[in-house]
Design a protein around this ligand. Sequence first.
Ligand code: NAD
Length: 486
Amino acid sequence: MVSRVIPVDDFDLVIFGGTGDLARRKILPGLFRRFCSGQMPAQSRIIGAARSELSDAAFRRDIKAALEEFLPKDSFSAKEVKAFLDQLHYVRIDATGTEGWGALKKLVRNDKDTIQAFYFSVAPSLFGDLAERLHTNKIAGPGARIVVEKPFGRDLGSAKKLNSTLRDHFDESQIYRIDHYLGKETVQNLMAVRFGNMLFEPLWNAQYVDHVQITVAETVGVGGRGAYYDKSGAMRDMVQNHLMQLLCLIAMEPPSHFDPDAVRDEKLKVIRALDPPKRDDIVRGQYESATDGKGYLEEVESNDSITESFIAMKLAISNWRWAGVPFYLRTGKRMKARTSEISIVFKETPHSIFDKDSGRHRNILSIRLQPNEGITLGVTIKEPGPGGMRLVDVPLDMTFADALGPEAEGVPDAYERLIMDVIRGNQTLFMRGDEVEAAWSWTDPIIEDWTRRGERPKPYDVGTTGPEDAAVLMHREGRRWLDIKA
Ligand code: NAD
């Protein structure tokens, strides 16, 4: 199988925050991989814009070091690096002042043949300043695109304000709100599996699905991000955006076309159909460590923080398709393994023709986002050999690396794909403003309730699956969480 790489049209991409962590770790290595695959036109330019005083040469040296640090050794040649760096430029800029804007205007092409993209890889407090200055300095043409990073607000009020500030200068069709989970190969494959096969969609409803589980588990703690994280917590940092987006893709009705507004309209309907969860359908946790002195409170240097580093919840979607089907979401830090997985757990057969000893079995469709992206369908078969009809569950495995061989190596990572989608002008995998606001409308009352009551999260030991109560959330209904496996 030969992968098809279609070069994008000529572009100028400005990365505000081009010297920052995200740009060095994800954005520029991603662009470099697209460059190596032949997707980036030779005349296109990437312009780093940040606060540091740097020459083009110094910026290129820094990015060369970043490529060496963040990409696998031997995955590129010195010739490729040099050719890529030649397309890089740098402008020192002050997002809140006047410095650098004249130089940027001179550098960025503003003509009908060049796509302009501006990546806001800076603190969200600067988004408004950047949007305004791009506009007032007449740098951004009518077709320019802006890319904004998470977090998109910290509640409904701030998200609305941010949307309104950006829309003062840019149309919604120009705004690309990144959620990198949506750029993952498996997430797109989820849509291919659901809507490209006759097999699954007829079963994708309350008649056949018992429940859905979405787990995003990390092994890392808050580390150096403690100050930011402590003001945020798992609900704001993970549930409101990433888990909510995954839930929408699983639960949405089939859109009429795979196009941006058709898909986003359906996702929005899911968020609007979410019931407010009951208090006892939510478990919040905070990690503790008896061994390494890096419990949550030590890491955020607080004695009394009530921010959650873990959350498990049972959600209900009030519509015909999902009436009575619980969606269980869980995410946390310092858990036993790093994994992101969605599992659709189907109901048992209505009647078993086999004797009791053969047990009851059910199909589980698991969509694994990381590590080892792939999709597995658990099916029940006869255990081979003599000894009567014994049943066993085996996986029908669609791990990309196995199915596609070396081709899977060339699968772009989330950032690569999303940046190329920006250049192509395809917003399907980006959140629309109303989706973000609807998600905050749903999360705000829950967070306000905890805050009002000063609810303390339940402690859990590092390296586990979270507080015991999270297991109880399932057990009380005769269900259990699937294991968290790396
Ligand atoms: P960072 O602190 O490492 O880098 C910030 C960048 O902004 C630097 O290049 C700095 O020079 C520039 N900058 C700061 N103030 C400026 C000003 N007044 N004018 C011009 N440039 C200025 O931050 P980061 O970790 O790269 O994060 C950037 C954005 O991406 C943030 O919104 C963050 O929430 C988001 N984000 C980061 C990550 C990550 O893994 N780092 C992940 C998801 C989202």
